[in-house]
Design a protein around this ligand. Structure first.
Ligand code: SF4
Length: 357
């Protein structure tokens, strides 16, 4: 369960440079008896150039490259399989060194690209609407495995080093259940000498792990926070999201009221609309009251229908009514259409197709 730490990846005997920060790279080059400035060259190659094999490290001498080849792994998560959707998004399955698979999605929106990332293999939270939740928790992803999904997708889709991308942790796993590795990955991703992604472009979506929210609030810098809310009554939320039995809506609102936000920053509330289940006008009013307690913006997500879910998407008319209701109460609201539905890349669908195979 989520109150127990998830297992970690067991390190291999050979060191793996992919995912090492500058301090670890310094220790690595010291162990190899090389000059300390080599660590900066390795860091540049790994995170600025996004090189994935030692032979690409043309900033190093040939003998050093040969030595690294012989003694040090450079093992980023590898894209094992990809499925392109008609809407332009691409779902990727990433193979980890221990054979575990996680999935991420590349979503271009005009000039803007968003990458949806996984933080764990499986998930302990057990949300009933989510295919990943059915897997249970297998293990945490390491920082390198998290950042490596970004490296792999940026390389596969040919993004330049200066191109801005947004990252959302809405794939497999509860990111705040793996906060230490997540924050180490965050440091790798935001390092201006490396991948250089602006901290505010990274959003972590939680199911409502209050202790994790509090720990995240104490981190500086930190990613933006989103809450996957999905229900406006404790009765229903506890049924679809077991975490609500431990921290109910009042506990969540109280925690979010004290979450230290920067000027202009808001917490995103994600709310999946299920026809005749969570899309009533009364739900809309309760949602507005919840969102009014702290700086928030609401993201309404019409449900992605999938076989066996037992749920239906809301009518367009109801989506419009709820938007009007929230906006009328001064709440910023947007509607998010899930991407990649035809390749099972939308939230909660990531492992469904594989599970069926
Ligand atoms: S919705 Fe998120 S937190 Fe819930 S089971 Fe799925 S991956 Fe885990």
């Amino acid at each position: 369960m989520w109150d127990q730490p998830a297992p970690e990846l067991r390190p291999t005997v050979r060191p793996n440079a992919a995912g090492m920060d500058l301090a670890e790279l310094k220790a690595l080059v010291a162990a190899l008896g090389e000059s300390p400035f080599r660590a900066g060259q390795l860091h540049h190659g790994l995170y600025r150039m996004r090189w994935t094999s030692w032979e690409q490290f043309t900033n190093l001498s040939k003998p050093l490259r040969a030595r690294l080849e012989a003694e040090v792994d450079l093992a980023w998560p590898a894209i094992q399989e990809s499925a392109a959707s008609g809407d332009g998004s691409t779902k990727h399955a990433f193979l980890m060194t221990d054979g575990a698979l996680v999935e991420g999605v590349h979503m271009p929106y005009g000039k803007r690209t968003t990458l949806c990332l996984s933080s764990q293999v499986g998930c302990a939270m057990g949300c009933t609407f989510c295919a990943t939740g059915l897997m249970g928790i297998k293990r945490n992803l390491s920082a390198g495995e998290i950042a490596g999904q970004v490296v792999a997708m940026l390389n596969a889709h040919g993004h330049g080093t200066e191109e801005a991308v947004n990252l959302v942790f809405m794939g497999m796993g509860e990111p705040l259940h793996n906060l230490d590795n997540l924050m180490k990955a965050f440091a790798l991703l935001t390092d201006p000498k490396g991948l250089g992604i602006a901290p505010w472009r990274i959003t972590v979506s939680t199911s409502g792990l209050v202790t994790g929210i509090q720990r995240l609030g104490a981190c500086k810098p930190r990613p933006r926070l989103a809450l996957s809310l999905n229900a406006t009554t404790d009765d229903y939320r506890s049924r679809i999201m077991p975490v609500n039995r431990v921290w109910n809506l009042e506990a969540l609102a109280t925690t979010l009221e004290t979450f230290p936000l920067e000027s202009g920053e808001r917490i995103t509330l994600e709310y999946v609309l299920l026809k005749d289940v969570t899309d009533s006008l009364e739900d809309g009013k309760r949602l507005a009251a919840f969102a009014a307690r702290f700086p928030a913006k609401v993201n309404l997500i019409p449900f992605n229908p999938h076989e066996g879910s037992g749920f239906e998407p809301p009518t367009e008319e109801r989506v419009g009514e709820l938007c009007g209701l929230l906006a009328g109460r001064g709440i910023t609201v947007s509607v998010r259409r899930s991407r990649g539905q035809d390749v099972a890349g939308a939230c909660g669908q990531l492992v469904r197709e594989r599970g069926k195979a």
